[in-house]
Design a protein around this ligand. Sequence first.
Ligand SMILES: C[S@@+](CC[C@H](N)C(=O)[O-])C[C@H]1O[C@@H](n2cnc3c(N)ncnc32)[C@H](O)[C@@H]1O
Length: 275
Amino acid sequence: MARLDAREREIARLRTVDGLTLQQIGDRHGISRERVRQLLNHYYFHLGQSLATSHVLRTHPTAIGVITRLRVEGPKRDIRAKRRATQLAHTQQTPLSASQRSRIFRDAPIAVSDEIATLLYILARTRGGHIIELGGSLGISTIHLAAGIKDSSRHGTVLTTELDPVKAQALTTNLHRADLHDTAEVRAGDAQDTLTDLDGPPVDLLFLDGWNEHYLPVLQLLENHLAPDALVLATLSPENTDLRPYLNHVRDNTSPWLSTTLPLDAGVEMSLRAR
Ligand SMILES: C[S@@+](CC[C@H](N)C(=O)[O-])C[C@H]1O[C@@H](n2cnc3c(N)ncnc32)[C@H](O)[C@@H]1O
């Protein structure tokens, strides 16, 4: 996949992930609002080219329509949903509950970047095995995991969870459209409930990309089901204090975890259950 310019990626992240206005981004980078707009247009043009040449999409052409639509429409929906979330929290004067957040982000993918999606594909393809995902959303990460499993010489499956039932239904539809539904199962509801009855093979790869306060409870729920040398990836939002308990857990030198932070997007914590 072609590499996208680092500054343009950072600007796109500030716009789509942090929801900053063009003016705010310009002030932060010392450039005009118009220059920010040009850089964003350039970024989206190259993103389109990267998608067109993506290895995953070349080997799974049935996924092109779904991924392209989510990548093109997604950022606007993400920004809209973030605004609504901020307004609602302000109006009710308390932080939003997990299900309120999921409902507001119902049509917003808030998806992993292409770089993280490619990493998921590579890991699924090289490790194969039983994969669990917290936070399937509309399917960008799940499609990459399932495509990796399909292209792997090792047998495997993906079990993904999505808190919002409407979003879980859309995710199921997207997996059908991408023709990857035979490799991925969707469970609708809170992973802390939907993953309590696991009786399949041990989990080889756990991908945590849901609300941050659920990372540690979900890891603890699954700890007895993890395979030796299981790998856990968790996307990070550095300013979110909800992540602290999870990071303290996997970074504790006396714990069985060997953990490092990958500099992709806002960071990905990669942890190996080393004993
Ligand atoms: C950042 S998005 C996931 C993006 C997705 N992994 C992708 O890259 O396309 C987070 C999603 O996790 C879901 N979620 C949050 N906490 C959850 C939980 N405890 N169980 C299941 N889903 C959860 C939210 O509803 C939301 O759709």
